[in-house]
Design a protein around this ligand. Structure first.
Ligand code: GLA
Length: 414
């Protein structure tokens, strides 16, 4: 396990759609006389380890080829001006506002970053930010984390400050927890900061140690978007967290070393879990078995056993559906269709649940068959037209350098 620093990013090649970078680079070149700088942070997909991050457990996400771009130019006052290309809207805030509050608006995410950085002792310079998000919003691919991380990077650099990627991930999670009011874990921000092309990131959410696990060249990550997001998603997320906390209080009575469900084994669950209510027992069983599955999945990937890896993904879906109850009809339909396709090692819902996307780990040769089967079958059953994205694991957040000859790092290998 190791921590990543920026100097460690060389000789990488992109698996993303280069056109998007060309467009951003061209725009930066147009403004060459302005001191504006652009930063990119990706969304993520989670291969396995769902609803384990806030239980101090294990997750295995990968950054994906959809990003948010933030272009920042300095101001000479202590104002923060935010323009969203997605919403065609501009808002302005005072960095010296003594009582900043969220407004239930898209600007809460970037503003929350500024507020959190200031509270953590980073003295920010005024800035104008232009935000362009390409991560599908509300699809469970972490468009929020992408906005947060790109903003954090931009605001720090604009103030001649810096934080290493792990620290940045923690600050962004804090902004979402404390300012936006969503009690998310660390997974999304961590994947956006620390992802690497061609690799899944196996993260211990307690120690924040991580390993980058190469994904075989012949495999693809196919993300299928149900195009639905059920309204109960946010509330149910917090309910699940509270249920896990109730489980921890129960086990800690018999096992004083238990601080989180991460510390409870399957044997402990059988031995001490009988007095739990049926619902809390199932919630705990999901988290405990899911942690074990992530560890097994990392080993399977290490020995190139893709069938075993995919089998664990399938089991994860069933556990999320039956024990944790965060799936929905649309996700189940998609997963069942995919699991029957030749060359699909595993398929499951990904992210918080109640809609959003599935992740399919598939042999590159069978991608077309998978796309057709899912698109036709899903529409036939639900009447909805899905979106399907064929991805490879992508790079984490970084500055977009306009001209490679004057690049401050060798990060861009387009
Ligand atoms: C959301 C949260 C993450 C994580 C997942 C479920 O994406 O933001 O922190 O808890 O749900 O695994």
């Amino acid at each position: 396990m190791r921590s990543k620093n920026r100097s460690d990013r060389s000789n990488r090649s992109y698996l993303l759609i280069p056109l998007r970078y060309e467009a951003v680079k061209a725009e930066i070149n147009d403004r060459e006389d302005t001191p504006a700088r652009t930063y990119r942070a990706p969304g993520r997909v989670n291969l396995i380890g769902e609803h384990t991050d806030y239980n101090d457990g294990f997750v295995m996400p990968a950054a994906i080829g959809f990003s948010t771009f933030v272009t920042v130019s300095p101001r000479h006052d202590r104002k923060l001006s935010l323009f969203s290309e997605n919403f065609s809207e501009q808002v302005e805030f005072d960095l010296d506002d003594p009582d900043p509050r969220p407004a239930g608006h898209w600007s809460d995410y970037p503003r929350g970053i500024a507020v959190t950085l200031e509270r953590a002792g980073y003295r920010l310079s005024g800035a104008s930010l232009r935000i362009r998000g390409e991560v599908p919003i509300g699809s469970g691919l972490s468009s929020s984390a992408a906005v947060e991380v790109a903003t954090c990077y931009a605001l720090l650099d604009n103030s001649a400050l810096s934080a290493d990627p792990v620290k940045m991930a923690k600050l962004c999670q804090r902004a979402e927890n404390d300012f936006v009011g969503m009690r998310c874990g660390i997974m999304d921000q961590f994947a956006s900061c620390c992802g690497q092309a061609g690799k899944a990131l196996m993260l211990d959410c307690r120690s924040l140690d991580y390993k980058l696990l190469p994904l075989p060249d012949e495999t693809r990550l196919v993300i299928c978007n149900t195009m639905v997001k059920h309204a109960l998603a946010g509330g149910e997320y917090n309910i699940r967290r509270a249920e896990c906390e109730a489980g921890v209080r129960h086990f800690a009575q018999s096992l004083p070393n238990v601080r989180a469900l991460r510390d409870v084994s399957e044997a402990d669950l059988k031995r001490y879990g009988n007095d739990l209510s049926e619902v809390i027992y199932r919630r705990c069983r999901h988290v405990i078995t899911e942690n074990a599955r992530v560890l097994k999945a990392a080993k399977a990937l290490g020995r190139g056993d893709l069938e075993a890896f995919g089998g664990l993904m399938n089991e994860s879906h069933h556990s999320l559906r039956d024990d944790y109850e965060v799936s929905c009809k649309e996700l189940d339909v998609m997963v069942e269709l995919a699991q029957k396709v030749r060359g699909v090692y595993g398929a499951r819902m990904t992210g918080g649940g109640f809609g959003g996307c599935t992740i399919n780990f598939v042999n590159a040769e069978n991608v077309e068959e998978l796309k057709q089967t899912v698109a036709q079958g899903y529409t036939a059953v639900t009447g909805q037209v899905p979106e399907i994205y064929v991805c490879s694991a992508a790079e984490g957040a970084e500055e977009v350098i306009a001209d490679e000859n004057r690049s401050r790092s060798s990060e861009f290998n387009l």
